[in-house]
Design a protein around this ligand. Structure first.
Ligand SMILES: Cc1cc2nc3c(=O)[nH]c(=O)nc-3n(C[C@H](O)[C@H](O)[C@H](O)COP(=O)(O)OP(=O)(O)OC[C@H]3O[C@@H](n4cnc5c(N)ncnc54)[C@H](O)[C@@H]3O)c2cc1C
Length: 527
């Protein structure tokens, strides 16, 4: 049997596995990416790309192309008895919070195509028509048996394995990991269509008494995705025809439209499931293989992409022997709580959307649209809601590798260690302009310039075996950044390669910096 060697074996080239490969390519870590399909998906599946994903795309240099291929979600309209009763502008819902202050509509296969193209420009590719069969692992390595297109069995020996093989993950089964949760009994449908009606190419959500139905705008002439619950009398979904049952639903809720084209139609069940850990020995799970939830809030693909993004820089430090393997435990530490919360919240919201409870139906129809409108007009609510849905508000404050020091030197607006580095604009520049590489960034903010301190910091960084870029900012020319970061006099921020604050200090304390780096790299991870 032929044997292949690699540093990281990635199972599955859906969005999660492709992102994992792209990130490892950025860090120049050798990997092998396999998928049982013959190419990227030809189904549109995920549609909503959140701001946090767009920020990652920006760092990779593919955000502009993503924008060109998709469509910004301009507004949501709540519809009752076929008539929009309330319109809420979403185009700037995240104003001042992200360079991408909206939800971007870009179908899954376009996302996959962008990532595949990125891989190609890095000189890498996917091994298609190849599937994972078995996994065994020791303390030193992972051995996977894969089966190629010709049915040939091959052994891959890798330092690490990432299972990004979707909801029915072979990796998860091979590792014997449980996937607790439930499958909702109701069947749902999705159809990508072309629609003639009187309304704008914006999101429309029908709040009629018993039916759930939503129209999502898609790139292209009058194109919309229709999502809804399948009528309960349609027990046997084999051979059902979208054109037939949709007419019945539309008539029921008095909506006047004509569907002229249907590109894709599918039915699906909704699951709420999550694993107990994202790691077993030298193997990791990411994306749908680790968590499944309803499409409410357009979170699934985005979460998988960001799982991979969180794991990749850590894996790169470990593979290059710059950090101890214990750093990889913080992948579960940082990502699992978010996945658990996501599964619970989408479950609750989904329950409210489809419930037949008279109180919830009344609330949905008569209270929710107004509440939504009023809520999003309050800055605090708007910021909170955008942070949650766009995933820009996810924080890793409880992670054992992030560190706050001399906190009294910040005001209470200051972001903390474990927060995503905030987006702050000033003149023609913004904080994200500094975060475009694969390195850590040490940002030094001062009111009074002290040459000796700067020399000390630079010397300290020269001795480090990490790739760390140094930037300095004086208060006079950078007052906006001082204000946005809540700095009183001086501060140090260390921003991780994933744009999260790893370290925050109100002064320069080289001994404390040493504590931060030794915990990060040396295996002294607590908890
Ligand atoms: C109708 C619908 C709408 C959705 N809308 C959104 C949305 O708007 N926003 C959002 O973020 N998410 C959305 N989602 C969810 C999103 O599609 C998934 O979360 C996403 O596909 C997960 O990506 P993944 O790479 O983790 O898994 P998958 O996309 O399932 O990819 C897994 C890959 O692994 C491969 N594979 C499986 N087993 C093996 C094996 N043994 N060997 C080799 N390869 C293997 C498969 O061929 C596949 O390519 C939606 C889903 C549906 C169904």
């Amino acid at each position: 049997m032929k044997t292949l060697q690699t540093k990281v074996l990635i199972i599955g080239a859906g969005p999660t596995g492709l992102m994992m490969a792209c990130q490892l390519a950025r860090y120049k870590v050798p990997f092998l990416l396999i998928d049982q399909k013959k190419s990227i998906t030809n189904e549109t599946k995920a549609l909503g790309v959140q701001a946090r994903t767009m920020e990652v795309y920006q760092q990779m240099g593919i955000a502009q192309e993503a924008l060109r291929r998709g469509l910004i979600g301009e507004a949501v309209n709540f519809v009752i008895k076929g008539k929009p009763i309330r319109r809420i502008d979403l185009a700037e819902i995240g104003k001042d919070l992200s360079p991408f202050p909206y939800i971007h509509m870009l179908v899954q296969h376009e996302n996959e195509a962008l990532l595949q193209h990125f891989l190609k420009t890095e000189g890498e590719s996917v091994l298609w028509n190849t599937h994972l069969d078995t996994i065994t692992q020791t303390d030193a390595e992972v051995e996977a048996v894969i089966i190629t297109k010709d049915g040939e069995r091959q052994t891959v020996v890798a330092d690490w394995l990432v299972g990004a093989d979707g909801g029915s993950s072979t990796t998860r089964h091979q590792l014997g990991m449980s996937f607790k949760g439930e499958t909702h009994e109701q069947t749902f449908f999705v159809a990508d269509t072309q629609i003639d009606w009187a309304y704008a190419q914006e999101l429309h959500v029908c709040l009629d008494k018993t039916k759930f139905l939503a129209f999502f705008p898609m790139k292209g002439d009058r194109r919309f995705r229709i999502v809804g619950a399948l009528p309960s009398h349609l027990k046997d979904i084999e051979g059902i025809q979208f054109e037939v049952f949709i007419e019945e639903i539309l008539k029921d809720i008095s909506i006047d439209l004509r569907i002229s084209n249907t590109d894709w139609f599918s039915t699906y069940k909704i699951h709420h499931r999550v694993v107990d850990s994202f790691q077993r020995g030298r193997c990791f799970l990411a994306g749908d293989s680790a968590h499944l939830h309803s499409p409410v809030g357009a979170q699934g693909m985005n979460t998988g992409l960001l799982d991979a993004y969180n794991l990749a820089w850590k894996l790169s430090l470990v593979v290059k022997e710059k950090a101890a393997a214990s750093l990889l435990k913080t992948y579960t530490e940082e990502r699992l709580p978010f996945a658990q919360e996501l599964v619970n919240t989408t479950d609750r919201v989904f329950g409210m959307i489809v419930s037949n409870n008279p109180f919830l139906r009344f609330f949905r129809r008569n209270v929710f649209p107004t509440l939504f409108k009023i809520g999003t007009s309050y800055d605090k609510v708007r910021k909170f809601a955008f942070g949650r849905v766009s995933q820009t508000g996810i924080n890793y404050r409880k992670s054992s590798i992030n560190r706050n020091h001399q906190s009294d030197s910040f005001n209470n607006k200051a972001p903390q260690a474990g927060d995503r580095f905030p987006y702050i604009t000033s003149n023609k520049t913004n904080t994200f302009d500094w975060l475009d590489g694969t390195a850590f960034q040490l940002l030094y903010f001062y009111t009074k310039r002290e040459e000796e301190t700067i020399v000390q910091l630079k010397n300290y960084l020269t001795l480090s075996n990490l790739d760390i870029q140094f930037y300095q900012f004086d208060k006079e020319r950078n007052a906006t950044f001082f204000e946005g970061l809540g700095i009183k006099e001086q501060a140090i921020f260390i921003v991780r390669p994933d744009m999260y604050i790893g370290y925050r200090s109100g002064g320069v304390d080289l001994m404390d910096l040493e504590v931060y780096f030794s915990r990060l790299l040396g295996g002294e991870v607590q908890g």
